[in-house]
Design a protein around this ligand. Structure first.
Ligand SMILES: CC(C)(COP(=O)(O)OP(=O)(O)OC[C@H]1O[C@@H](n2cnc3c(N)ncnc32)[C@H](O)[C@@H]1OP(=O)(O)O)[C@@H](O)C(=O)NCCC(=O)NCCS
Length: 185
């Protein structure tokens, strides 16, 4: 269990499959993620889900995002892990719309980035999001990511964003300094 300020990240489990299926078959969520909505039955989805949970991958680590009240509201992942280049890609989805625009996404991303930089030797984390997805870009900026280039792929235009270990460390130092200033003597 990895704890942030508003969320917790935990390993995914079979009981998450129903929410994940609902979110992956949702046309709006699929459009925001530049993918077609999933078109399969729940029972087929469930059997694939179960085998994915059984076999762990060293190239991909995914987590369920929970509120502090244990409500499963989305998922996040780091994948395409490249030890040689010292980098990985990050992905997130808050599937439950009731939790959009309330800082849960930024806290989940900040928490996952801190976990990655603390637990691995990776030096850089990057992500891509659709160029018109202003909410996602704002969320990632609030977590310390900066845009560095555009990418055209499959008829979509993405913004690529990144955070380097050094930038993360500077943010940590800044946050610690701010904390000291507000702590009463
Ligand atoms: C993208 C996503 C992870 C962001 O999580 P979230 O919890 O909603 O985001 P946060 O509340 O942390 O941050 C959203 C920010 O965008 C701002 N925002 C919302 N709509 C906006 C818009 N149309 N234009 C600009 N900013 C906008 C919010 O005000 C907030 O900024 P602030 O905290 O500085 O005020 C989540 O909304 C999500 O999963 N959405 C559906 C799927 C999706 O977009 N997937 C693509 C991910 S790459």
């Amino acid at each position: 269990m990895i704890t942030g300020n508003k969320i917790k990240l935990r390993n995914r489990r079979l009981a998450d499959a129903q929410n994940d299926y609902t979110w992956q078959t949702d046309p709006e969520l699929a459009r925001l993620d530049a993918t077609p909505p999933l078109a399969t039955t729940f029972s087929r989805y469930l059997s694939g889900y179960a085998s994915e949970l059984r076999y762990s991958s060293s190239n991909r680590h995914s987590f369920a995002i929970e509120t502090m009240d244990d409500e499963h509201i989305g998922n996040c992942v780091y994948y395409n892990i490249n030890e040689t280049k010292g980098q990985a890609e990050l992905g997130i989805m808050i599937g439950n719309r009731d939790y959009w625009d309330k800082g849960y996404g930024a806290d989940a991303v900040t928490t996952l980035v801190s976990y990655i930089f603390r637990q691995t030797n990776l030096k850089r984390i990057y992500l891509k999001t659709l160029d018109w997805n202003s909410r996602a870009q704002r969320c990632f900026q609030n977590s310390g990511f900066t845009p560095y280039r555009y990418l055209a792929r499959d008829g979509f235009r993405f913004v690529l964003m990144e955070i380097h270990r050094k930038q993360w460390q500077e943010r940590q130092t800044g946050a610690e300094r701010a904390q000291k200033q507000i702590t009463p003597p």
